[in-house]
Design a protein around this ligand. Sequence first.
Ligand code: GLU
Length: 460
Amino acid sequence: MTVTPAVSGTAHTTLDDRLEGVYEAIVRRNPAQPEFHQALREVFETVGPVVAKHPEYVEAKLLERICEPERQIIFRVPWTDDRGEVHVNRGFRVEFNSALGPYKGGLRFHPSVDLGIIKFLGFEQLFKNALTGMPIGGGKGGSDFDPKGRSDAEIMRFCQALMTELQRHIGEYTDVPAGDIGVGERELGYLFGQYKRITNRYESGVLTGKGLAWGGARVRREATGYGCVYFVERMLEARDMSLEGRDVVVSGSGNVAIYAIEKVGQLGGRVIACSDSTGFVHEPTGIDVELLKQVKEVERLRMSDYAERRGSGARFVDGSGLWEIPCEVALPCATQNELDGDAAAALVRNGVIAVGEGANMPCTRDAVRTFREAGTAFGPGKAANAGGVATSALEMQQNASRDSWTFEHTEERLLEIMTDIHDACFETADQYGAPGDYVTGANVAGFTRVADAMLALGLI
Ligand code: GLU
């Protein structure tokens, strides 16, 4: 499977009049949601040829229906901090689409969370989940709660307050939340505990990303990072290359980044830098992933603490500049719009050959354009980071059958799923005259799966 890199011209940037009209009407109706508009625009720019080929999609107004969430829930979350002071946060759950299965997607706790952010994430999730081939619809939720600096007891009270309302909307067959930024195993534990207490049901399948002792699945913790690296490895293979001996730069140092770093090492590459919201560490001999886990996962400290413990080989740089470090593979694994056009230009100048989005929409529109025009192998998040949610679907499968698989078997399934996603994107891009363009491949393949299911289910 060898490919000629995508060249400029395969990246559609103008829409035909009908699509432009639909897009503008949605933007007008959903003001002040720039990230949602950005996610929509990218899909609109690539699905034109599919819609043109399927008059039944147009007649059923599928594009318009797909862009309108089935349900949007916003609620008050009052809680008290350790000093007894009352706080009021906002909780969200956007149930985007359930044509393929129960709504599925994470919860994000971050001060930047608002309805537009949750809608962009839910929209991406819908196509991502369709690409996994698993029976899961798309949803997303979270809160503008800032977990930074909060004690364990405060985190627990906040999670209990959020679940007190959220529990009436979710369920094994309805909507299955998981983690995202700011929500990991600790938070999911408190959320599951409160769900169990209120409903009086040990309903394991209502949440995924659970701890192993209480219904969790092996490999779920590693899955997003591992899956992203598998996807990049497949993109390189399609160009008769591999990760072996390559220098890799990763942004972030959370769940996705840590396990991406681990898998790059296992496949013979070397991660020479990673970051957090304060700055980055450059370590030319390779990041020590075990120390990184200790510092970030166990002690919940910063990258500067990691650098301090590593000594002279690791340099901490306060601020930006991560993407100026020369590398052959770049994995943005932090957050949306973290890698802009200038950063992409620097990476291309320094000879990057592959980029895999471990986070959701980490590359700006300018950055994506730069990579596609340069012929860089570019794996968009909805394909490259689908390993997390795919393994969540495996967790649901194990919960439903009250079974628990081995690490090896689960990882084998993850590898198969990521390979299938890669091949589906690759082949679809080819069919639609954009060889090697995984953005077109992912959007068209995901859209078609959702659209066909919606058509079959009638006007609902
Ligand atoms: N938050 C993750 C994502 O963006 C995982 C969602 C899940 O496992 O449901 O895909």
